[in-house]
Design a protein around this ligand. Sequence first.
Ligand code: FAD
Length: 322
Amino acid sequence: MTVIKENWIFAENDLNEINPVTFQLITKMNQISHDPVVVVLIEKAVANLEEVLSAYGPDKIITIKDDALASGDDLEITDALADLIKQKGTPNTLIFPATVAGRSIAPRLQARLQTGLTADCLDLHFEDDLLVQTKPSYGDNIMCEITIPDCRPQMVTARPNIFSAEKKINPNLQMETISNILWKKDDQLQIKSRVLPVQKAKDIKQAKRVVAIGRGSKTSKDIDVAKNLSKKLNASLGVTRPLTDLDEFTITDQIGQSGQTIAPDLLINLGISGAVQYTSGISNAKVVVSINTDKNAQIFKHSDYFFVGNAQEFAKSLEAIL
Ligand SMILES: Cc1cc2nc3c(=O)[nH]c(=O)nc-3n(C[C@H](O)[C@H](O)[C@H](O)COP(=O)(O)OP(=O)(O)OC[C@H]3O[C@@H](n4cnc5c(N)ncnc54)[C@H](O)[C@@H]3O)c2cc1C
């Protein structure tokens, strides 16, 4: 196994659009890596997504131009990445976004490469060549640091919106196009067509303002109060995990460890206790306002402003003065 002193990031190409988490991963790796940051992109022959990626300043972009692979399934992409590593050498690290695609491809490739993989990391830093991967553990109550000292590549999936994306000009950017990748067609699965999932009017991951409700706002009347406030604020409505038991909310509306990580300018928490599984999804919110009847609620420790009292009364009063 030839190990190359490079840190690779898998660029997620969703129907010819780069998933923004890729830009966040490039920025983070630019900040922490002493070795070249290399983005691996799979795209159709006519596409030119390298241009979009280059705005975030990686040191190198390796593009696999292959029409069939660009709409290939996770097994086929795994196969192609394994062949790329066979051709180029084993990178020191290999980072995937913790998205549906990344969470499927990364463990398949890990098994092929017989290396280690840490899923759903919330932070990363290097100690020399060793990537220290921080993730929640023990029922998500503590943060632990994991390393993969003996195998390469050190593989990681990292959650969207944990890191910010910053544009950067890299005058030494190298581009390499690969057209001779070997991969086996997956006979078990045939993809007839691909469509992007229907987005709600406002995706909480991208929203600049979020009103979040928890078990302290769970009746339909309470939810209507929160909806009215969010409409007035032009905000998205997010929920804690218990509220996903209600028909109208799903995991895409859920904020937190097993839901979405959000980074709004303003977050208003209505009747949320502040369990660590929830607060790990809001650490990048800029201004946090929380309302809870319990003066000792944990959520207040994560808030810039708080109000001890009834969340519905607060929401109605705020809506009235906006
Ligand atoms: C592996 C794992 C993963 C998890 N992932 C997630 C996750 O991604 N996201 C998530 O949210 N949870 C997650 N959870 C669940 C988490 O542990 C908590 O149970 C959950 O966040 C609590 O939600 P809550 O704050 O709405 O409810 P509660 O903890 O019941 O809090 C309700 C709060 O509302 C207050 N309240 C009640 N009435 C009012 C009122 N009228 N006005 C104002 N305040 C009021 C109460 O004082 C209380 O503080 C996970 C758990 C596990 C084990």
